[in-house]
Design a protein around this ligand. Structure first.
Ligand SMILES: Cc1ncc(COP(=O)(O)O)c(C=O)c1O
Length: 370
């Protein structure tokens, strides 16, 4: 059972309007993935959030990544390059297709995103795709990455699970590559409880993804299937929640950015830690405020003091090469920058409704603990 916190690290923003939208779908008996609310949600997501021509809803961000890889024909014998510092879902989607994951380190001890030089070095004849992960709502230089991929004839699948609303040079993260994948899990800026979205500007890919996500049911003959499809759809009830949440997206996004500004205002002992500076042209969504402590002992003390006070935090991801389940695959590989961020990083609470007073209290408590 989850420990009860006075201030959790995350809390979904659920309103009466959300409930009424779900009730409308419920009352109309449109609860499954055939519901008109599904298309309504996808259209709203594509126009207001991903800013892509197409969006296909699925039951999780992990399913989104899996279907993206599948739709590009990636599988056995192929290699996919991704960062070591990411959530386990990124690599699981790759291994599920049978492709080989190839890891790269972070750019520097200040920038936890992908090192493009190392990406270039890791490209082989078998490489089919690069999967940048926009960690904690930050990205690498996406224009350079896209140029590199084009030059080498590689696909780009953006793991935008955490980066809803973030932009680089005015363009939405998730809309740069061949396909972008979002998560709608309950700790994301908008949520459907669980869920995900696969976005693209390529009509052919979009159609293929919509077939793959639901058994390759088709209009020509419902029970005649030409390819192996899956059942990874989002329900009508979840989509109704999504429709209502999208309406508040701009407000929820600026709320996250405002929370970060407030942490910056109240965190004073900046000799002890730093909040990574975004690249020039990058507007992160600041999904969670990420703080990097210079001394791990101090970070550990801050974390345990906050926990004791009922304030929840999150550690940075354990790098993929250090995951017990993947250790054999990356036996002699080291990614020192990813390991550094894992040991030194801490994510602070951020959600709609977290007050300035609470942020001030958290910041002052951190400063008293360093
Ligand atoms: C970077 C990253 N990729 C993929 C996922 C998977 O998303 P989901 O939990 O919706 O399957 C997550 C989860 O939040 C994530 O953080």
């Amino acid at each position: 059972m989850n420990k009860h916190y006075n201030i959790p690290v995350s809390r979904p923003d659920l309103s009466k309007e959300d409930f009424y939208e779900i009730k409308k779908a419920f009352d109309a008996s449109w609860i499954s993935s055939k519901s008109p609310w599904v298309e309504k949600f996808e259209k709203a997501f594509a126009s207001k959030i991903s800013r892509t021509k197409y969006a296909a809803s699925v039951n999780s961000g992990t399913s989104a990544l899996f279907l993206a890889l599948k739709s590009l024909g990636i599988g056995d014998g192929d290699e996919v390059i991704l960062p070591s510092l990411t959530m386990i879902a990124s690599i699981n989607a790759v291994t599920l297709t049978g492709a080989k994951p190839v890891l790269v380190d972070c750019k520097s001890f200040e920038d936890f995103n992908l090192d493009l030089k190392e990406v270039t070095d890791k490209i082989t004849k078998k490489t089919k795709a690069i999967m940048p992960v926009h960690l904690y709502g930050y990205s690498c230089e996406m224009d350079k990455l896209i140029r590199l991929a084009k030059r080498k004839g590689l696909f780009v699948i953006e793991d935008a699970a955490e980066s809803m609303g973030a932009t680089y040079r005015g363009k939405t993260l998730g809309s740069f590559g061949d396909i972008g994948c979002f998560s709608l899990y309950s700790n994301k800026i908008i949520t459907t409880g669980n869920g995900g979205m696969v976005v693209t500007n390529n009509q052919k890919l979009h159609l293929l993804i919509t077939k793959l996500r639901f058994f390759d049911f088709n209009e020509e003959s419902h029970f005649t299937h030409h390819m192996i499809g899956y059942n990874l759809v989002l329900s009508g009830l979840q989509s109704a929640l999504g429709v209502s949440q999208v309406r508040r997206f701009t407000k929820l996004l600026s709320g996250r950015r405002n929370n970060l500004m407030l942490y910056k205002k109240y965190l004073k002992k900046i000799d002890n830690y730093f909040i990574p500076e975004p690249l020039k042209g990058l507007m992160p969504n600041y999904w969670f405020p990420a703080v990097i402590f210079k001394d791990t002992k101090v970070k550990n003390r801050v974390e345990s003091n906050l926990t004791e006070k009922g304030i929840e935090t999150r550690l940075f991801f354990r790098p993929l090469h250090l995951q017990p389940v993947y250790q054999a695959l990356f036996k002699n590989e080291r990614y020192p920058k990813a390991e550094f961020f894992h040991k030194h990083g801490l994510l602070l609470p951020s959600y709609e409704g977290l007050t300035e007073k609470e942020i001030k209290e958290i910041a002052e408590f951190i400063d008293a603990s360093v």
